[in-house]
Each structure stands twice: as structure tokens, then as C-alpha cells.
Design a protein around this ligand. Structure first.
Ligand SMILES: [Zn+2]
Length: 191
């Protein structure tokens, strides 16, 4: 798949719950390949960002499948880990605010509160159960992706916070966006 297959707000599918995968099949694995190629194609068009992860709903396929980058720090490592039916089974640590963006929320970034540590249960590409203890950026990414499987977009966590919205300038630096004129009543973001 290509970056053009990635859907973005205001597509209402992004706020629908995805369905569980009952049996992991070759079709599931083909979907994972599609997600990987779409994420990497998107990244190739963005000088300042990496595709940290993507959920199947973002290519308009409403099954609970996500892929997460195996190495966030090295763009040349293009491996992803696939998680099928991922769910958070424990929240730990503290709530931390940090920046997030999303392939499906064009031009808007936000400072989103997330738990610093979580435990996740999922199936791998063989259909076997895996458990992950995550902290820091990985914990944040997993919360963002699992939200996608539940029809939640990151901006939904910060919609009332006038100081939480940002945009990327041409040098790849985040700068605040005016909430009243650009965010509050923006029909692309809220419907
Ligand atoms: Zn996202």
C-alpha cells in the first residue's frame, strides 16, 4: 500500500471501534504487509518524522491489528512488530504529558497525557499470545495505537486544553497553534 491509502480526519471510520481478529490467517499477515508498506511510504515523504506505528483502521480496515516500529531511533531499521487484538491489561507508573502526531491527523500535533508504564496482551503473527511490559515512548505509542482500535484519536484526549496543540514548522520544530481560530471549531477535527 501507499501513503494515499492512509485515511485521515474527518473520515468517520477513525472514530469507530475495530473488530477482533478471531483467527490469524494469511489474510491477516497480508494486512500487516500492507500496513508496513503504507507506513514506510508515508515516512519517505516526511523529512522530519518517522512512522512509529500504524493501526489497520488507518488504512480503512477495521480489524484490531497494529504494527509498531522495532527501533524508534534508527530510520534505516524498517522492522515492525505486529500485534493482533492488543489490549492493555495494566496501567502503571505516572501520567506524563508529551508530544504526539498521527498519520491520520494532518498538520496537528498535541501534548497528550499517557501512563508511563503499561502491560499489553496481544497475539503475534502465528496466533500465539504475547505479553509486553512497556515504558516511556513505547508505552505511549502502544496507548496511541490501542486507542485507534477503539475509535479514539489522540486529539480526543486534549480537546479542551487550549495549550496542547502544535504544528511542525518548516525546520521540523513544533510551534503552538492558536486554539480559538485553528482548533476549537475546526470541522476537520471534530464532528
Ligand atoms: Zn495515530
Amino acid at each position: 500500500m501507499k501513503k494515499e491509502n492512509v485515511i485521515a480526519l474527518p473520515n468517520p471510520h477513525l472514530r469507530q471501534k475495530s473488530v477482533r481478529v478471531h483467527v490469524v490467517t494469511d489474510e491477516t499477515r497480508a494486512l500487516i504487509e500492507d500496513l508496513t508498506s503504507a507506513a514506510l511510504d508515508w515516512e519517505a515523504s516526511r523529512p522530519h518524522e518517522i512512522s512509529a506505528a500504524i493501526a489497520a483502521v488507518q488504512v480503512d480496515h477495521l480489524e484490531r491489528v497494529v504494527i509498531v516500529r522495532s527501533d524508534f531511533d534508527h530510520k534505516d531499521n524498517t522492522d515492525f512488530t505486529a500485534l493482533i487484538n492488543p489490549e492493555i491489561i495494566k496501567y502503571e507508573g505516572e501520567i506524563v504529558d508529551d508530544y504526539e502526531g498521527c498519520l491520520s491527523v494532518k498538520e496537528v500535533y498535541g501534548k497528550v497525557p499517557r501512563y508511563s508504564k503499561i502491560r499489553v496482551k496481544a497475539l503475534d503473527t502465528n496466533g500465539d499470545e504475547v505479553r509486553i511490559k512497556a515504558e516511556g515512548f513505547l508505552a505511549r505509542v502502544l496507548q496511541h495505537e490501542i486507542d485507534h482500535t477503539n475509535g479514539i484519536v489522540f486529539i480526543d484526549h486534549i480537546k479542551d486544553n487550549t495549550k496542547a496543540f502544535y504544528r511542525l514548522d518548516e525546520n521540523g520544530e513544533l510551534e503552538p497553534v492558536d486554539y480559538d481560530t485553528k482548533i476549537k471549531d475546526n470541522p476537520i477535527l471534530w464532528y
